[in-house]
Design a protein around this ligand. Structure first.
Ligand code: ATP
Ligand code: SKM
Ligand code: MG
Length: 173
């Protein structure tokens, strides 16, 4: 893998519903490596879903858990790591992500994101949103520059099947 050693992990970042978890699992299968899904690990450690953590303790508490969990990944090697969509909101997280592995940004447009999340109510920041499309657009406006400046590799995912996205990542790395 290029990009120096960087723990030889692959770290996937991107907006909610861009496909991080699905691509991570497929990449891990193809490379015969283990994967880590940060949201799933935090849920397991807390014994609650992400939505329940937001409901019971608020977003700030979840962000602390996210940073603490990220710190615990510093000695990981040869893993495919899927992050939460908001992991790039903290500068200290960005610095850690860059050290942990090669960072791949799955860049999706609003239509692709909307299609992937519309029947799924597990994302607290989008729950009970009347104008889902408008909300995604305004969040993307703030987050896109952060994803872009964190990433070593950018992959367009809109309209592509998971397998093609994985093929593209493997061709680049
Ligand atoms: N390229 C794609 N083509 C078709 N379906 C997709 C694609 N990417 C994701 N999906 C579907 O969209 C849904 C959300 O995908 P996934 O959970 O992988 O996203 P995520 O980026 O991990 O989201 P979150 O940040 O909320 O964890 C899943 O049902 C998945 O099967
Ligand atoms: O984009 C976000 O801020 C989030 C995305 C999810 O992966 C979860 O980490 C949580 O719902 C917050
Ligand atoms: Mg996910």
């Amino acid at each position: 893998m290029n990009e120096g050693n960087k723990g030889e992990n692959i770290v996937l970042i991107g907006f909610m519903g861009c496909g991080k978890t699905s691509v991570t699992k497929e990449l891990a299968k193809r490379l015969n490596l283990n994967f880590i899904d940060m949201d799933e690990k935090i849920e397991k450690a807390e014994g609650k879903t992400v939505s329940e953590i937001f409901r019971d303790h608020g977003e700030a508490y979840f962000r602390e858990l996210e940073t603490t969990y990220l710190k615990s990944l510093k000695d990981q090697k040869n893993k495919i790591i899927s992050t939460g969509g908001g992991v790039i909101l903290r500068e200290e997280n960005i610095e850690m992500l860059k050290k942990i592995g090669v960072v791949v940004f799955l860049q999706a447009d609003v239509a692709h994101i909307l299609k992937n999340i519309k029947d799924d109510h597990k994302r607290p920041l989008l729950q009970e949103e009347q104008d889902l499309e408008g909300k995604i657009s305004s969040m993307l406006e703030i987050r896109e520059p952060l994803y872009l400046s964190t990433a070593n590799v950018i992959i367009q995912t809109s309209g592509k099947p998971i397998k093609s996205i994985v093929d593209e990542i493997l061709a680049i790395l």
